[in-house]
Design a protein around this ligand. Structure first.
Ligand SMILES: [Fe+2]
Length: 356
């Protein structure tokens, strides 16, 4: 079997390939590693057959939906998963076949209600049900320490002691373990009486994972991450450098507009000389009134260069084919000591028309 464990800041994903049939499965892929998966599949000469999430992740962004769309393969999850993009939903005991590899799904709720472990020959992929030296937490949405107790002691840990454990996270510096070793050494598995185990889990008092809301919003709701939105916008617009805009300031061409998309108060404090103000939040509603000529060359400006990228992409969508975003924002502009003006300056500031 072709096997790759791909670590990413504590998150572990796995690529399993059948060298005979040249097919592969990805387990718990992370958006941050997309290019790595594509590269590995190409290098190994493998065709992806399935992408699996062992559960709804609350701490990182699953790449399952993206890979499913890119490769035209099913995104696999347990049937209780709320992810709208999951199209092959497994019951306990169901098996996936990938060439000569067989993976059996074990429903192991506790960390989440939709948690799965995947047993493939001499190894088990445990997601966040069991880590090396730890377990998944049970205090996040759909978590249940009572269910985790059963999933561990009455299910997963009854597997052969020699079976290799490959977790969804690695916080110990050890990439894998065995069922027997975890039974003997894992501190979380030493409370073998149900109530004591539940009390231990309830008392962990862990802080919420970074990006939890964004992870749940994207993994559970099928939405996009902020980075994805920005990357998509960046791919649709050209940029203008700070120095290029500085050099063009004196030109005063009438087909060239510097559009400051920050709120009015920030604009009034300091803006690029000659810039007009149209806050991003009002862009779509005011554009016909404020920018009547769609052939204008427009450079959008904000504080850090992100909102202006979104604004330029929106303008392009609206038909302003020459919309460009400044590479950087007012913060960088000020740090370079480039000229600014205060107040309304020479700016034209449109008022919201009464029907909007
Ligand atoms: Fe998790």
């Amino acid at each position: 079997m072709i096997f790759h464990q791909i670590g990413n800041g504590g998150c572990q994903s796995y690529l399993l390939g059948c060298p005979d049939k040249c097919t592969a499965i990805l387990i718990d892929p992370s958006l941050a590693q997309l290019d790595r998966y594509r590269g590995l599949l190409a290098r190994e000469g493998l065709t992806l057959r399935y992408v699996v999430d062992t559960h709804t992740h609350a701490d990182h962004f699953s790449a399952a939906r993206q890979l499913k769309e890119d490769f035209g393969v099913p995104a696999v999850m347990h049937r209780e998963s709320m992810a709208p993009y999951a199209d092959l939903r497994l019951d306990d005991g169901d098996m996936l076949i990938v060439g000569d590899i067989r993976l059996q799904a074990l429903h192991t709720p506790g960390h989440t209600s939709d948690s799965l472990c995947l047993l493939a020959g001499d190894r088990v992929f445990t997601g966040d049900t069991l880590h090396v030296g730890g377990t998944g937490r049970t205090d996040l949405p759909t978590g249940d320490p009572d269910a985790l107790y059963d999933s561990l002691f009455n299910r997963l840990l009854t597997l052969d002691a020699e079976i290799h454990v490959y977790p969804g996270h690695d916080y110990s510096g050890r990439q894998s373990s065995t069922i027997g070793r975890e039974m003997a050494e894992n501190p979380r598995l030493q409370k073998r009486e149900r109530q004591a185990f539940i009390e231990m889990m309830d008392r962990l008092n862990l802080s919420a994972p970074q990006h939890m809301t964004e992870a749940l919003r994207t993994n559970m709701g099928g939405g996009k991450t902020v980075d994805q939105l920005l990357a998509e916008a960046s791919a649709r617009v050209p940029f203008m450098s700070l120095s290029e805009l500085r050099a063009r300031l004196g030109e005063r061409r009438n087909d060239f507009v510097i559009l400051d998309v920050r709120e009015r108060a920030s604009y009034d404090t300091a803006h690029i000389p000659g810039a007009r103000n149209l806050p991003r939040g009002q862009l779509e509603l005011r554009v016909n009134h404020d920018l009547p000529d769609p052939t204008l060359r427009i450079v959008t400006v904000c504080e850090y260069g992100k909102v202006s990228t979104l604004a330029a992409a929106t303008l392009r969508e609206l038909g302003f084919r020459r919309a460009t975003a400044l590479d950087g924002g007012m913060k960088a502009w000020r740090e370079l000591d480039y000229p600014v003006e205060e107040g309304h300056g020479s700016a034209w500031v449109g008022e919201l028309s009464p029907e909007i």
